[in-house]
Design a protein around this ligand. Structure first.
Ligand SMILES: CC(C)(COP(=O)(O)OP(=O)(O)OC[C@H]1O[C@@H](n2cnc3c(N)ncnc32)[C@H](O)[C@@H]1OP(=O)(O)O)[C@@H](O)C(=O)NCCC(=O)NCCS
Length: 210
């Protein structure tokens, strides 16, 4: 396994999505995500930012620090703009071609945490903004972050812990090759209600990623 600070961190793309390191301009995404009831229910230690400025400060400081020190790889997930249509009309009329492509829209978040250089393993989590759920987007996002883990970091295993009552999360993992490896009663605490969730433990090796 390579040190996070030494691996390539240019974006990875696939299936209409782009995975890239977060930036301060992702504050609206992070603000909404950390206030979302399902994100707060199913992820641990989610602290809702007070406002966009607080989210921006967090983005400026924390993800780069965790990356530099090899503790976590955080990513924003962007929807790629659809390919531009060739300009209609006279190709000599340059104006139509000068219109910039619409910027990609940040639709969610993906992370590799608990990076373990001895086991060469990490744990993955993904969330999407509510309007981007139920479109099978998470499958592509999770595949991209797992590819980062295997191809760039050289991980040998990626684990996922989904609340037993979080079926979309379990199905998303299974769809890209995660195999169920156990059941952990009362494994984690909801950030929203502090209620303990049982978790389904699933794990992925590079050969199984699909
Ligand atoms: C979990 C999450 C990332 C899944 O993303 P998604 O893009 O909405 O997932 P999909 O739409 O691809 O759904 C995955 C599967 O679950 C199914 N599904 C979706 N919502 C469901 C529901 N409420 N009940 C049962 N199945 C459901 C889908 O049909 C799909 O199965 P299929 O491919 O066999 O048809 C997204 O729901 C989310 O952000 N949830 C809140 C945060 C969270 O729980 N993150 C995971 C923490 S471990």
């Amino acid at each position: 396994m390579r040190a996070l600070a030494e691996v390539r961190d240019d974006p990875l793309t696939d299936d209409g999505l782009l995975l890239r390191r977060p930036r301060p301009a992702d504050a609206p995404l992070v603000l909404r995500g950390t206030h979302d009831p399902l994100v707060r229910e199913f992820l641990q230690a989610v602290i809702p930012h007070q406002d966009e400025a607080a989210a921006e400060r967090w983005l400026t400081e924390i993800p780069p620090l965790l990356w530099r020190t090899g503790r976590a790889a955080y990513f924003a997930v962007e929807q790629l703009a659809p390919p531009e249509q060739p300009p209609a009309g006279d190709p000599a009329d340059g104006a139509a071609q000068d219109i910039p492509a619409p910027a990609g829209q940040a639709v969610g978040w993906a992370e590799l945490v608990n990076l373990d250089p001895v086991q060469e393993s990490a744990e993955v989590a993904v969330w999407l903004l509510p309007e981007h759920r139920r479109l099978r987007t998470a499958k592509s996002a999770m595949r991209l972050v797992c590819r980062f883990g295997f191809e760039r970091l050289g991980l040998r295993r990626i684990d996922a812990f989904a609340a037993a009552d979080n079926m979309p999360s379990q199905l998303t993992g299974a769809a890209i090759g995660f195999r169920r490896a156990g059941y952990r009663p009362a494994l984690f605490r909801s950030s929203r209600t502090q209620r303990l969730h049982d978790a389904v433990y699933a794990t992925l090796v590079p050969e199984d990623l699909c």
